[in-house]
Write a protein that binds this ligand. Structure first.
Ligand code: S3P
Length: 440
């Protein structure tokens, strides 16, 4: 990522029309690199997200002895080292902005016969890690953290981990995955029970690598000591990146946009369900399965949206999409009420506080609550908002700028590169009037 600050300046634009493909799924890309590294033999990945977060994961495994060719044009060839083949890295591993890298790596490193330091940028160093430290310690790993369980983490691995049965206190796919990954190195069975369904890419991909894993209701279990076998992985486009364009096309008159080849795993489609309940015209075309993940082309047309009370059970299924959903709510008739979403406060930024603040600056009636937000739709004015170095906040406000009455300047958008390299160009090609300027 460039150290230079950049701002987005949006002068409206639209309608959003045509067919576009957003970059590869971030969650699947991280896991493709991790599992490819831990597998025996070669893993060929296509459609890999070449965003900063995934590159941090790739750098971590290269530092631990994995060889890989690429990535170039989304293609990566990984030469796996096997479950017991990682070597201690020479230096601390820098996870950058990426919570997924740090939490999943904490699980893998817990099973290694060496110690490693995991660090990250200012945003990541504010995020809670006790949620992984607690279960991994129970398995026999020793993890030291800074104050209040914040990074950097020193993971003192243990090649003789114990399998555990862990009931997740929060619905988190990252914590579930960290425990299951440690479970690969543990004696006996490791089971995780989730309070509500969360994204299941880890489970699907372990199956794809030939590793036995079973689910019963809300519990998923595996037994340590098996092997992963190199495979091929086609990463679909990221529904979390498509979300900004879905909202843009819904709120901007005369829009008619197709988002191609998007992953529509049912643990990720809360955004579609929420926007459809608000009156959004969204159709899934050409539904198919690619490499164990459902994929579709998503057709979105401008729609009159109405505020809703968002069912709490949809929150984990749309957890990364709330910045975009709040913009849709700001353009809907009536009130949208979100509850049960306190997790948004510990993402790359406090997404409740930061979105409420930015929406208010644009003249929207947005009231933050402890665990969500109440938004009354109305006209969006222009103004200046802060991204707080959060990629999804930057992209969400750029879509608000599509329908704003005056230009919208979004400060410090360089972190968009963590999940969506090429966003500004793709957004322009779809019809958004967005320029990238020297930050001020
Ligand atoms: C992710 C899980 C989610 C999500 C994050 C990616 C993953 O985090 O917010 O962007 O790849 O497992 P939590 O599991 O902590 O909710």
């Amino acid at each position: 990522m460039t150290d230079r600050k950049i701002d987005y300046l949006v002068h409206g634009g639209g309608p959003l029309r045509g067919r576009i493909r957003v970059p590869g799924d971030k969650s699947i890309s991280h896991r493709a690199v991790m599992f490819g590294a831990l597998a025996e033999g070669e893993t060929r990945v296509t459609g890999l997200l070449e965003g900063e977060d995934v590159l941090a994961t790739l750098g971590a495994f290269r530092a631990m002895g994995m060889r890989a060719e690429g990535p170039a044009d989304g293609q990566l060839l990984i030469h796996g080292v096997g479950l017991r083949g990682l070597r201690a890295p020479a230096e601390a591993i820098d996870c950058g902005n990426s919570g997924t890298s740090m939490r999943l790596l904490a699980g893998i490193l817990s099973g290694q016969p060496f110690s490693t330091t995991l660090t990250g940028d200012a945003s990541l160093r504010r995020r809670p890690m006790n949620r992984v430290i607690t279960p991994l310690s129970e398995m026999g790993s020793r993890i030291e953290a800074a104050e209040n369980g914040r990074p950097p983490l020193q993971v003192h691995g243990n090649a003789q981990l114990r399998g555990i049965h862990y009931a997740l206190p929060v619905a988190s796919a990252q914590v579930k995955s960290a425990v299951l990954l440690a479970g690969l190195f543990a004696d006996g069975e490791t089971c995780v029970t989730e309070p509500a369904p969360t994204r299941d890419h880890t489970e699907r991909m372990l199956h794809g690598f030939g590793y036995p894993i079973r689910r019963e209701g809300q519990t998923v279990c595996l037994r340590g000591g098996g092997r992963l076998h190199g495979t091929t992985i086609q990463v679909p486009a990221d529904i979390s990146s498509a979300a900004f364009f879905m909202v843009g096309a819904l709120i901007c008159p005369d829009s008619d946009l197709v988002l191609e080849h998007v992953g529509v795993n049912p643990t990720r489609t809360g955004i579609i369900e929420i926007l459809t309940r608000m009156g959004g015209r969204i159709d899934l075309l050409n539904l198919r399965e690619v490499g164990g993940e459902p994929v579709a082309d998503i057709h979105v047309r401008s729609s009159r949206l109405t505020g809703i009370r968002i069912p709490e059970k949809l929150v984990p299924l749309a957890i990364d999409e709330f910045p975009a959903i709040f913009v849709a709510a700001a353009c809907a008739e009536g009130e949208t009420v979100l509850t049960g979403a306190e997790e948004l406060r510990v993402k790359e930024s406090d997404r409740i506080a930061v979105m409420a603040d930015g929406l208010q600056r644009l003249g929207v009636d947005a009231r933050p609550t402890a665990d969500g937000m109440v938004i009354r739709g109305g006209p969006i004015g222009g103004g200046e908002v802060e991204s707080h170095t959060d990629h999804r906040i930057a992209m969400a406000f750029s879509m608000a700028g599509l329908v704003a009455r005056e230009p919208v300047r979004i400060h410090d958008c360089r972190h968009v590169a963590t999940s969506f390299p090429g966003y500004a160009e793709l957004a322009r090609s779809a019809g958004l009037s967005l320029s990238v300027e020297e930050g001020r």
